[in-house]
Design a protein around this ligand. Structure first.
Ligand code: NAI
Length: 335
């Protein structure tokens, strides 16, 4: 049994985590859940959105599965998601986007995995006003280091090699941001030299955005900096049906956190309408990470079978007429 910290989260979080837990149980996943709190619910209960015992549990068990957390806009506590990524140096954000059967999309045969650097770039939050009085001139600083770039790019190549992928595409803007993304590109070229079995190409981010909608099938593994990765990974999700059907992992050297990328959907919370697929796909990434690949594959097959044969049992966001419960039951029946 592998101990995994389970953070149900806010809004639809409890419904989708319950669905995922029962599907993994049905598939005989060797997982023992350690339930902990974070987010708005934790804040209301203890005044702390990221309680110390949740952090301690992740430190101890090193693997977490996390539902969506509500983050108040403008005021209140800062994003727990960002805090967890920083605290555990979860530098690889991994977002697969694969065409699913019976999910409506004009894009066919998409199968790409985006590796986004999760800790640097423009997202370090180093911003200031040039003139504090007028607040009409702001500046933001991006940080890129050779060490962090090497880690994420190596992670992308290692993933490609381990998963029989053929190509790594590095995305940058080195024609304009010559120092920061220029460094990222230079490191990419040097890492690529150690992986002669895998094709390497680099693309400028604007071209990449166009290519992704014109010929998404040409991409395999993609690696890029934080801001570009944030945008392109949502774009990639959009190609295959949206954030409700794509999973995500945040992986560091000492810990890994798997999560749905969508939010807590307060508009449908408690109505048995939430689609658990995104968190379910994230949990399959978790099973693969902890060495339970066959169980992940069994569940993946059951999901595909459900989408093909029992779409009517799926949730309304993907064109079904069912509920969280009917979808969960259908997947369990197909395992
Ligand atoms: P959201 O993703 O919660 O909802 C956007 C729309 O998508 C809503 O109409 C919602 O009903 C629908 N939706 C989302 N997930 C769904 C699912 N699994 N099944 C069916 N429909 C689904 O985004 P929103 O409304 O901008 O944010 C709500 C809260 O979630 C905010 O407090 C925000 O900070 C937080 N949030 C948390 C994230 C995380 O924990 N990773 C990510 C994004 C937002």
């Amino acid at each position: 049994m592998k101990k995994v910290v389970l953070i149900a989260g806010d809004g639809i979080g409890t419904e989708i985590t319950a669905a995922v837990v029962s599907i993994l149980e049905k598939a005989n996943a060797k997982v023992q859940w350690i339930e902990k709190k974070a987010g708005l619910a934790a804040h209301q209960e203890s005044g702390n959105a990221l309680p110390e015992d949740t952090v301690e549990a992740i430190k101890e068990h090193r693997i977490a599965l996390k539902g969506p957390l509500t983050t108040p806009v403008g005021t209140g506590f800062r994003s727990v998601n960002v805090a967890l990524r920083q605290q555990f140096n979860l530098y690889s954000n991994i977002r697969p986007a694969r065409t699913l059967p019976n999910i409506d999309s004009p894009f066919k045969n998409v199968d790409m995995v985006i590796f986004r650097e999760n800790t640097q770039g423009l997202y370090i939050g180093r911003e200031h006003w040039i003139d504090e009085d007028t607040k009409n001139h702001a500046e933001s600083i991006a940080v890129v280091t050779e060490a962090a770039s090497r880690k994420i790019i190596k992670a992308a190549f290692e993933y490609a090699r381990a998963n029989g992928r053929k190509k790594v595409t590095l995305v940058h803007k080195a024609n304009i941001l010559k120092f920061t993304t220029g460094l990222f590109l230079e490191v990419g070229r040097s890492v690529a030299a150690d992986y002669s079995d895998i094709e390497f190409e680099d693309l400028i981010v604007d071209n990449m955005a166009m290519q992704m909608v014109m010929r998404p099938q040409r991409f395999d593994v993609v690696v890029t900096t934080n801001l570009f990765g944030d945008i392109l990974s949502d774009l990639a999700s959009g190609l295959v049906g949206g954030l409700g059907v794509t999973g995500a992992a945040n992986i560091g050297d000492d810990a890994a956190m798997f999560e749905a990328v969508h939010g807590s959907a307060p508009d449908i919370a408690g109505q048995n309408k939430a689609n658990p697929l995104a968190l379910l796909f994230s949990s399959l990434m978790m099973l693969e990470h902890i060495g339970q690949k066959q169980t992940a594959e069994d569940i993946r097959k059951a999901i595909y079978k459900t989408l093909v044969e029992r779409k009517v049992y799926c949730t309304p966001d993907i064109g079904g007429e069912g509920t969280t419960s009917t979808f969960t039951q259908a997947v369990c029946d197909n395992i």
